[in-house]
Design a protein around this ligand. Structure first.
Ligand code: ADP
Length: 476
């Protein structure tokens, strides 16, 4: 089963290439997989195209049977499925089990939501005319995903596209393909017809080009870096392929002096360390009122230093490694640059000395961060927070909005007026007030500005895969 899945068959890649999957906690090879490219991608697109008419013509209730069964299988086997996820992503076991369990919701929720993809009847301005709008699945959808949430990233798109009646060609990250293969096996077990979902592991650029090239691929959904998002945008400008992009973030957190500081510092450290900071909605730029700034830095650094860093397979581990050496280098570079620009190191800033193997990096707090400091400007995608003081609400909002990104933002306050002013002024697709988990299966998730295009999750997520068709009847 550790192969590509095309047209209902687990098969080897064309060209005979292979790919070693590493455990980021040990740097050991845990699997060697077939690694394809353009030929495999074209075969998968052919299969998805052939399967589309039949899948499209099932009704939403029929599709729901397969999708809900997939959700049940994910939940009942979450503990076993989490083993591969931990091994290839490095995240702690509890986080991986939680990810499988929460991601299962997508299959259940979209199975139900597709039953409610109502069209509408439009009262016409002429008596001899009747107009209605119906929804139609787009066709074949290409789905390219990142490694940071190897289950969740996939499910929010696979579930929505399949529920809408589209067929899919999925390319998982080369760093976390085992999880994707395990998920595909559950869909097969749940009764998904051959060709409705296809999985191709291989050369990312070649597969991306194949998806862009083929007119049958009506949309590409991408989760990953702004860099690759721009490559796809450029390609799509030639082929007119529709895109949904979930790109980077650089989330601000506004903390006002009326909060319970102890509680906020503790939860901030936890939120920052989730998935080792490799989260597009990870809090990064902490903007703290000057009256509590010093205390915030000291207390939060204390919590960060107390985390147990290690292999995700050890139940005591709270913080795993970064995904690979390149990611750790990027994080280290942002920290070094910030320090050279005058930031003050409260904790971390290096690899843990007791873990010579694995891509670990200590949770890090940088204070005295200014608007031009690297940790303020660049997405770090690691366990690093920057802290900047502010003196009034207007200044805090201005600092928060001073970024090219616009995905998540957070505000901690017990003042009703402050919370309303902040939530209305922030230029982000998500504003979490007094919470760090400001997202849900049933609510829209999307970035403004350079953070993306389109929405995932919620009713919006389903509509990303449905075209609207106006049926206008005249001459009545
Ligand atoms: P990261 O560099 O953080 O892994 P990427 O944006 O590079 O994030 O990766 C997200 C996904 O995009 C992965 O599945 C990766 O294989 C894929 N990818 C990388 N380069 C390209 C490309 N040129 N075209 C299409 N997909 C790509």
């Amino acid at each position: 089963m550790r192969q590509n899945y095309i047209n209902g068959q687990w098969i080897n890649a064309q060209g005979g290439k292979s790919w070693d999957v590493l455990n980021p906690a040990t740097e050991e090879v845990i699997a060697t997989l077939p690694f394809g490219g353009a030929i495999d991608a074209h075969a998968a697109i052919d299969a998805a195209r052939q399967a589309f008419p039949a899948w499209k013509n099932t009704n939403a209730w029929q599709r729901a049977e397969v999708l809900k069964k997939t959700a049940d299988l994910m939940r009942s086997r979450a503990k076993e499925l989490a083993v591969d996820t931990v091994a290839e992503s490095g995240k702690p076991m509890l986080e991986a089990i939680g990810e499988w369990t929460v991601a299962a919701q997508f299959f259940e929720w979209y199975a139900e939501e597709a039953k409610r993809s109502y069209g509408r009847v439009i009262p016409a301005s002429r008596n001899n005319k009747r107009m209605s709008v119906i929804h139609a699945p787009m066709g074949v959808v290409g789905i390219i995903t990142a490694w940071n949430f190897p289950v969740w990233n996939l499910c929010r798109v696979w579930a929505a596209a399949l529920a809408a009646g589209c067929t899919i060609v999925a390319k998982p990250s080369e760093y976390t393909p085992l999880t994707a293969m395990n998920l595909m096996a559950l869909l097969v077990e749940a009764g998904l017809p051959a060709g409705a979902a296809n999985l191709v592991l291989g050369d990312a650029a070649a597969i991306g080009d194949a998806l862009l090239e083929r007119p049958e691929v009506r949309k590409i959904h991408f989760v990953g870096s702004t860099r690759v998002g721009k490559i796809l945008l450029e390609g799509a400008s030639k082929t007119n392929t529709k895109l949904s992009l979930e790109l980077g973030g650089n989330a601000p957190v506004l903390i006002f002096p009326d909060v319970d500081l102890e509680a906020v510092c503790k939860s901030a450290a936890l939120a920052k360390s989730r998935n080792c900071g490799q989260v597009c909605v990870s809090p990064q730029r902490f903007l703290v009122h000057e009256s509590i700034y010093q205390a915030f830095c000291e207390k939060t650094a204390g919590h960060l230093q107390a985390f147990k860093i290690g292999n995700g397979q050890d139940p005591a581990t709270q913080l795993g490694p970064l995904i690979n050496a390149r990611q750790r280098e990027n994080v280290a570079k942002v920290v070094e640059q910030s320090l050279s620009q005058g930031a003050k190191l409260y904790c971390g800033g290096k690899r843990p000395s007791h873990l010579p193997k694995g891509y670990f990096y200590e949770p890090t707090l940088l204070a005295n961060v200014e608007q031009q400091t690297a940790i303020f400007r660049q997405e770090v995608f690691g366990p690093v927070m920057g802290v900047t003081p502010f003196s009034n609400l207007d200044q805090a909002i201005e600092l928060a909005n001073d970024t090219e990104y616009g995905l998540a933002s957070y505000c901690w306050t017990n003042d009703l007026r402050t919370s309303i002013k902040v939530s209305e002024a922030l230029e982000f697709g998500i504003v979490g007030i007094n919470e760090w988990a400001a997202h849900a299966t049933e609510a829209p998730f999307g970035g403004w500005k350079q953070s993306g295009l389109g929405y995932e999750c919620g009713e919006e997520g389903l509509h990303e895969y449905l075209e609207k068709k106006l049926v206008s009847i005249g001459d009545l």
